[in-house]
Design a protein around this ligand. Structure first.
Ligand code: FRU
Length: 497
């Protein structure tokens, strides 16, 4: 039975997405159907298609009572909207259906698991959210909430754990069919921890253990956990709130964190060995992964950050996009990311240059655009002193530009979107330490109208930023203080023709 609240949302979104022209959206990144989008949810492969749900408030380009938006795709790049899947319409979730995941059950139906939110009045007149875990079952289009929801509540928490911060179940199934999920929670130390629960049927859940504890090392509460095995290692992805900066690795505010270690499946023991940021740019948060039918671990994230949401004016029809889906691998204790290989199908109009000397500013014939895939190999000019700075500028016209610049002496790469048309004084620049010997660096830059994703050294690092610069600003130029040499391979990318 579809509730009145869900019916209204479905009617509203159908009428209002017609008012958004295709050119006003990214081309091959999923953007919200209408209104507001944050975290990816329920990233799954079901009924022969990829499904991606998302945190959704259709009625305004601002966060509100959370619904689940829904889209499907054959290739992770061309998305088709389906009707909203969940609405906050029950006593236990009337203030929001927060983030969660999806799996296929033995009977072929799809199980969604999400956080139900209820705001409870306090004695002092204020409100506090109570967060519980709930499930809904459906056919890839319509979902029925379980009559015995919630399936996990404060009684399933270890002593001293907060029932106000208990959210974002990411669910998967083991080879033997067991259902598992990891959930973010705040223990007595006020920071974050990840709890592991298991179930035989997806409805009755048992607390297993604390899979990982923050102990106040990386920010406070850990949101949106995901846990999987990859290349012989256990990988835990989380999005910490309230981070303090640490060198060039972690920045203030909402961040992303990848912990890599050994995982013993028998005892569900995860032993941390390495930590790193997931994305070193400005706009990336709340990751979720999928195991594709052909065995790839693919991750995407909300291509935004809570601290930079004012980048767009309030009078727009949509706010919120997902990052590119990225294929993950682990090498030498490090997470590597590459755009999904399906992206190569969108390439056209190849332009190549080899061994171009850059000293001062140059532009290259045929190298421009706002939907592009550009590979760039930078090296020092032979026989000369190493250059001081190299920069590639894009989304450029007389007034605007976004740049990625590199100072080889410090090995620091910087993304700067200050001149991208935003009128808000938010973070516009971010720096990252990168691996480079003698001024050599490899970049792959993907632009899709309103975003730039910069993959460094074959995916060793990524820097992501949104840019809402007017589309007429489509110039690209190269700059060197000193002399550098570049090889360029540039393609246009088109999903809509
Ligand atoms: C992360 C988050 C989640 C929560 C959702 C609410 O961005 O705060 O923890 O489930 O957003 O929309």
């Amino acid at each position: 039975m579809t509730s009145q609240t869900l019916r209204e949302a479905r009617k509203y979104e159908e009428a209002s997405d017609k008012m958004i022209k295709k050119e006003e959206r990214p081309d091959f990144h999923l953007s919200v159907r209408t209104g507001w989008m944050n975290d990816p949810n329920g990233f799954s492969y079901y009924g022969g298609k990829y499904h991606l749900f998302y945190q959704y408030y259709p009625y305004d380009p601002q966060w509100g009572a959370m619904h689940w938006g829904h889209a499907v795709s054959d290739d992770l790049l061309h998305w088709e909207y389906l009707p909203a899947a969940l609405a906050p319409d029950e006593a236990y979730d009337r203030d929001g259906c927060f983030s969660g995941g999806a799996v296929t059950m033995d009977d072929g139906r799809q199980l969604l698991m999400y956080t139900g939110v209820l705001r409870e009045r306090q004695r002092d007149g204020g409100f506090r959210e109570v967060q519980t875990q709930c499930v809904a079952v459906g056919d890839g289009m319509d979902y029925e909430k379980y009559e015995k929801n919630p399936v996990l509540d404060e009684n399933d928490l270890p002593d001293g754990c907060s029932r106000n911060d208990f959210r974002d179940p990411k669910i998967w199934r083991k080879k033997d069919g067991t259902y598992c999920c990891v959930i973010g929670n705040r223990p007595a130390d006020g920071s974050g921890q990840i709890l592991l629960y298991t179930s035989q049927d997806g409805f009755t859940w048992n607390y297993k253990k604390v899979l990982a504890a923050n102990n106040n090392r990386f920010g406070k509460m850990w949101e949106c956990p995901d846990f999987f095995e990859l290349d012989g290692k256990g990988v835990l992805l989380v999005s910490p709130q309230d981070m303090l900066p640490s060198g060039f690795e972690y920045h203030n505010g909402n961040g992303t964190l990848c912990l890599i270690g050994d995982y013993d499946e028998e005892t569900d023991t995860f032993t941390e060995q390495h930590d790193q940021a997931i994305d070193y740019g400005i706009d990336f948060y709340a990751t979720q992964t999928i195991l594709t039918p052909d065995g790839r671990r693919v991750m995407l994230g909300w291509m935004q950050n809570w601290d930079t949401c004012s980048i767009r004016a309030q009078d727009v029809r949509w706010f919120g996009q997902m990052s590119l889906p990225r294929e993950l691998s682990v090498k030498n204790g490090r997470l590597y990311q590459k755009p999904v290989r399906e992206l190569e199908e969108l390439r056209c109009n190849k332009v190549t240059y080899q061994d171009v000397c850059v000293s001062g500013t140059i532009a290259l014939e045929g190298v421009k655009g706002r939907r592009i895939d550009m590979e760039l190999v930078i090296s020092p000019e032979e026989g000369q002193e190493i250059y001081h700075k190299f920069a590639v500028r894009f989304a450029q016209n007389d007034q605007f530009r976004t740049s990625v610049s590199f100072r080889p002496k410090d090995s620091v790469l910087k993304i700067d979107r200050k001149f991208s048309g935003t009128r808000r004084a938010i973070i516009h620049q971010r720096r990252s330490l990168v691996n480079s010997a003698d001024g050599r660096l490899k970049l792959r830059i993907i632009l899709d109208r309103f975003s730039a994703e910069v993959f460094v050294n074959d995916g060793e690092q990524v820097m992501t930023a949104t840019i809402y610069t007017e589309q007429e600003a489509d110039g690209i130029s190269f700059f060197a203080d000193g002399a550098a040499r570049i090889d360029v391979v540039k393609y246009d990318l088109t999903a809509q023709g």
